[in-house]
Write a protein that binds this ligand. Structure first.
Ligand code: A4P
Ligand code: MG
Length: 195
């Protein structure tokens, strides 16, 4: 029946618009920062292998890979120096699935958890997931110690000079406070995003 003059006519929403709105709500590409550390075995090969595994994850797209830093161990028993790096990804995965993937990558490199802060072939931590702040001990966001660790802040700043640690401020300012003692960029080494 044709509408009368005083009846409002609401045109139906285009189906494609409805679909893309729904998809946006369900699937958004979130920005995630991951930190990698290794101080056993072939450290550079391990970090590169981990980056390759991260890049191969469905729903994960690698955006940036930092330089390699050689760093003095922080905390734990006496142990050798670390190689540390930071990668930035965009992902469709939830925070829990990102952590699960990080744990699988660690396992693939035969990480054995013997003691907290002890030597390890590979540690992959979720440093930040967008601006999410959560206190869950299984997955604390941002990583509870990232803002005070030069071995995370220095490589992160290299790939994103505007980076912020949610709730703590700019990475550049945090690194200026913490200082660069014990962290040394290895100009002679390189990690790559496209292998
Ligand atoms: N967990 C909670 N939040 C997170 C998160 N944001 N990312 C839980 C990753 N894991 C998170 O982790 C212990 C528990 O933390 C897990 O059950 C996880 O669900 P883990 O990797 O099993 O153990 P860990 O790494 O020995 O302990 P932790 O507390 O993560 O140690 P950190 O703080 O990561 O420190 N010195 C140098 N120079 N370079 C390093 O890379 N790394 C460490 C480890 C110590 N000193 C270092 C370095
Ligand atoms: Mg860890």
């Amino acid at each position: 029946m044709a509408p009368t003059a005083d009846e409002p006519v609401v045109p139906p929403a285009a189906e494609s618009a409805v679909e893309s709105t729904a998809q946006r709500a369900l699937l958004s590409w979130n920005r995630v920062v991951l930190a990698l550390g290794s101080n056993l075995g072939n450290r550079l090969e391990t970090l590169q292998g981990a980056i390759d595994e991260i890049a191969d994850t469905p729903g994960v797209s690698l955006i940036g890979v930092s330089p390699v830093y050689e760093t003095a161990p922080v905390g734990g028993p006496e142990q050798g120096s670390y190689f540390n790096a930071v990668v930035e990804v965009r992902t469709l995965l939830t925070p829990d699935l990102v952590l699960e993937r990080c744990n699988s990558v660690e396992e693939a490199f035969q990480r054995v958890r013997v003691e907290r802060w002890g030597p390890r072939t590979l540690d992959v931590d979720v440093i930040a997931f967008e601006n999410v702040v959560q206190d869950d001990p299984r997955l604390t966001l941002p990583h509870p110690r990232a803002h005070e660790r030069a071995f995370v802040l220095a490589p992160w700043l290299d790939i994103d000079p505007e980076a912020q640690v949610p709730g703590h401020g700019r990475v550049a300012d945090l690194l200026a406070q913490v200082g660069l003692e014990g962290v040394h960029r290895r100009e002679d080494l390189e990690l790559t995003a496209d292998r």
